[in-house]
Design a protein around this ligand. Structure first.
Ligand SMILES: Nc1ncnc2c1ncn2[C@@H]1O[C@H](COP(=O)(O)OP(=O)(O)OP(=O)(O)O)[C@@H](O)[C@H]1O
Ligand SMILES: [Mg+2]
Length: 383
């Protein structure tokens, strides 16, 4: 059975002297097999740099003298352009300063032309290629280590935040429930009737739903982190989703004398969405707008058709977000002000995770003291 033939290793020679090119080609023909090389010649500085940047070669032989410019300058430009091809510098006569400069600019080796023999050249190429391979492997390992480190750090940060939330945000409603229970015991010992318990029961119901939401949010954040957020997508008419979310927030808006209006056409294209998850996005955005808009304010929900998507807008005329803080809006556990009005700072990070999973986008525009508009897009059903 014949072995598959190995591909030749592409080598680039940058040298403005044709005789030197012909000599190098002869050396290449003298090389011992089995490794085969394919030599390409660039006769000018610019052509050489352009070919190097295309990164089609495994190695480059670079002459120091290139007309008015020199090889060290080219090495520097290749380095700036993040070109990773190993480069062996060739010079006419031994010069320690050029040798050092070449080394400092990342040359893989340095050879004096008049000392070159086919054996020496072949060995230098082979060693440079091998060192480069090891270096690339180390780079890949370092990048992988960095990735794992970041992942571990995120997991540790998440754990710390969960501790903080359990200690703070869950303890609050739990102690309220404890107090409500004590009160109910006292009422019971005095023989109070059913109506007297109603308030305490309502308090406990609210505490349970608050704790439940927090736990769900923590689970969602963990799912998004692990890429485990699964979507149950169907074609939806956007207006139906918005109506259902508005119903859930109307009472709270009325309580705070905030006008909650929606202007959504029922002729928008259908979106390809997990309706429950898009409702969750709306709920957090409207919930935020309600938290950060003073009494008498307005929250308006609109939508417009874009190419392949519907873009939704949730606009309030509340306190706004200082410009320098806006880049953090979608960070997990981030709040503009410490302990911002009962929340964990998870809502917007979850919204982003949900929209990423849909192939949509979310962003905000805000002016401090004037209000905030959140925009998000959801892809439409393709025909
Ligand atoms: N409409 C808004 N107006 C002003 N600030 C806002 C608005 N929406 C969000 N923010 C700021 O962004 C922060 C993060 O919002 P996010 O929804 O992620 O968390 P949260 O509402 O504080 O808590 P959670 O949503 O987890 O209950 C808020 O705490 C607030 O500081
Ligand atoms: Mg929120």
């Amino acid at each position: 059975m014949s072995r598959p033939t190995k591909k030749a290793t592409p080598v680039l020679l940058i040298d403005d002297d044709e005789d030197d090119y012909l000599l190098t080609r002869e050396y290449f023909e003298d090389f011992e097999r089995p490794r085969r090389y394919e030599l390409q010649w660039a006769s000018t500085y610019d052509e050489g740099l352009q070919l190097l940047q295309q990164a089609d070669h495994d190695l480059c032989l670079l002459d120091y003298r290139l007309g008015a410019r020199d090889g060290v300058e080219l090495l520097q430009q290749a380095l700036d352009a993040e070109c990773s091809t190993p480069i062996i510098m060739l010079t006419g006569s031994g010069n320690r300063a050029v040798d050092n400069a070449a080394m400092r600019h990342g040359a893989a080796d340095y050879l004096v032309k008049e000392e070159i023999t086919p054996v020496l050249l072949e060995r230098s190429i082979r060693h440079s290629l091998e060192r480069h391979r090891i270096l690339e492997k180390q780079r890949t390992l370092a990048a992988e280590n960095e990735r794992l480190y970041r992942k571990a750090k995120r997991a540790l940060d998440m754990r710390d935040e969960i501790h903080r939330i359990v200690a703070h945000d869950l303890r609050g409603p739990l102690s309220t429930m404890g107090l409500a229970l004590q009160l109910m015991e006292r009422l019971a010992s005095k023989g109070a009737d059913g109506d007297a318990f109603a308030n305490q029961l309502e308090t406990q119901r609210l505490c349970i739903s608050q704790m439940n939401r927090l736990i769900q949010d923590l689970l969602d954040a963990a799912r998004i982190d692990d890429g485990r957020l699964s979507l149950d997508r169907t074609a939806y008419q956007p207006v139906h989703i918005v109506e259902s979310v508005l119903d859930q927030h109307r009472i709270r808006a009325e309580d705070r004398s905030i006008e909650l209006v929606a202007n959504i056409s029922d002729e928008l294209p259908h979106i390809d969405a997990d309706a429950r998850r898009i409702e969750q996005v709306f709920s957090n955005l409207i919930g935020n707008a309600l938290k950060f808009t003073p009494e008498g304010g307005t929250i308006e929900i609109t939508a417009r058709t874009e190419e392949d998507a519907v873009c939704f807008l949730v606009e309030d005329n509340g306190r706004g977000i200082p410009e320098e803080l806006q880049p953090h809006l979608f960070d997990r556990f981030w709040q503009a002000e410490q302990g911002d009005l009962d929340g964990a700072g998870l809502g917007l990070a979850i919204c982003k995770g949900i929209l990423d999973a849909h192939g949509g986008r979310i962003w905000a525009e805000s002016t401090e003291g004037e209000g905030t508009t959140f925009f998000f897009t959801v892809p439409t059903v393709s025909d």
